[in-house]
Design a binder for this molecule. Structure first.
Ligand SMILES: Cc1ncc(COP(=O)(O)O)c(C=O)c1O
Length: 343
């Protein structure tokens, strides 16, 4: 199996980001099915991939009801026919005009406010054609919480305890709003909590996970998925042997995998697929240093030019290091996806 994959990928210059599109589709469909079963609207976050192709997979081609983390993403998706876009970021004052333009051109563009000063900024820029800002004091669409503390969990039980607590607190807050005469939507969710939802989440209006389409080594450590579910790899080549240090040099440094995994995994900065006894111990900008977890390296197994596949610790950070993603399916390279970039 490993040699079949490597043969298919051998035409790529490394480091290269490779996605197993069949795994992406399975991960996305599982989340759609989970939310359908629960009876809660899925509003997938686009931040991990920032591509049209994956957005279509995650929205089942509806091109509606998404979350973005930058205005560059919001504009990119709006330009390609997406609507009902939630910009999940504390309102940046320098970007109010661009938010206004999106609010005036889309059926629904939602912004987040977490400070009264931000509300003042919106009031200074009323929308044209009788439209209203979809945010607090103007037209409150809903309450949004990320559930980021689920990233400290290990295993199903802890994940569900955090999911339950966040759901409970959000629902209690909704009750208080209701008592004050305010009814609106509620949206929570991270990849860990939405990969193992609790029943009470059915009482929420929406959930908004994003990483789940790719997953990564971090999510497998948390317990959101198994390592086999991870759809993303960085292809790298052995470019040097250092027998005096018992090390290999590879052509992927932090500019190919990101610094996110440093010090986080027993196998170093990433998992080296199919080589559990290798550890990625150090990254420079363009180089990675690999050691065995114990004993002496057998260099005959890793000739110069041989391919290794890294499973990144944090997919969202690793994808940001690449301007193109190579798409792999059933033993073949089948295309490329180009993400949007910027803020
Ligand atoms: C505001 C916000 N909402 C939703 C998400 C998606 O969560 P996850 O990455 O766990 O899928 C993130 C992720 O960072 C986020 O920052």
């Amino acid at each position: 199996q490993a040699s079949i994959i490597n043969e298919a990928l051998s035409s790529l210059c490394s480091p290269a980001l490779v996605l197993d599109v069949d795994k992406v589709k399975i991960n996305a469909q599982r989340m759609i099915d989970r939310c359908d079963k629960l009876g809660v609207q899925l509003r997938p976050h686009m931040k991990t991939h920032k591509t049209l192709e994956c957005a279509d997979i995650m929205t089942a081609e509806s091109r509606r009801c998404i979350v973005v983390s930058t205005l560059a993403e919001a504009c990119f998706y709006a330009d390609h026919g997406f609507d009902d876009i939630l910009y999940a970021y504390c309102l940046p004052f320098d970007k109010v005009e661009r938010c206004a333009a999106l609010s005036e051109r889309l059926d629904l563009f939602q912004v987040l406010l977490d400070h009264p000063d931000a509300l003042e900024q919106l009031k200074k820029r009323p929308l044209r054609d009788g439209r209203l800002w979809h945010s607090e004091g103007v037209e409150l669409t809903g309450v949004y919480a990320h559930c980021g503390n689920s990233y400290h969990c290990r295993g199903l039980e802890q994940i569900q305890a955090v999911a339950q607590e966040t759901t409970k607190l959000t629902l209690q807050f909704m009750e208080k709003l209701k008592a004050a005469g305010v009814t609106c939507k509620s949206s929570i969710g991270s990849t860990p909590s939405c990969s193992h939802p609790v029943r009470d989440m059915a009482q929420l209006s929406e959930v908004h996970p994003g990483n789940y389409a790719f997953y990564d080594a971090q999510q497998s450590v948390i317990g959101s998925c198994s390592i086999e579910d991870v759809a993303v790899r960085v292809l790298t080549r052995v470019i040097g042997h250092s027998p005096h240090r018992n090390q290999l040099l590879i052509d992927c440094g932090w500019s190919g995998i990101s610094q996110e995994g440093v010090g986080k995994l027993p196998t170093g900065c990433a998992v080296i697929e199919g080589h559990p006894h290798l550890k990625l111990v150090y990254l420079t900008q363009e180089h990675g240093i690999v050691e065995p977890t114990s004993g002496l390296l057998d260099y005959s197994k890793y000739p110069l030019g041989s391919l290794l596949r890294l499973i990144p610790y944090h997919a969202c950070a690793t994808t940001m290091m690449h301007s193109v993603y190579h798409i792999y399916s059933k033993g073949r390279l089948v295309g490329k996806w180009t993400p949007t970039r910027g803020w």
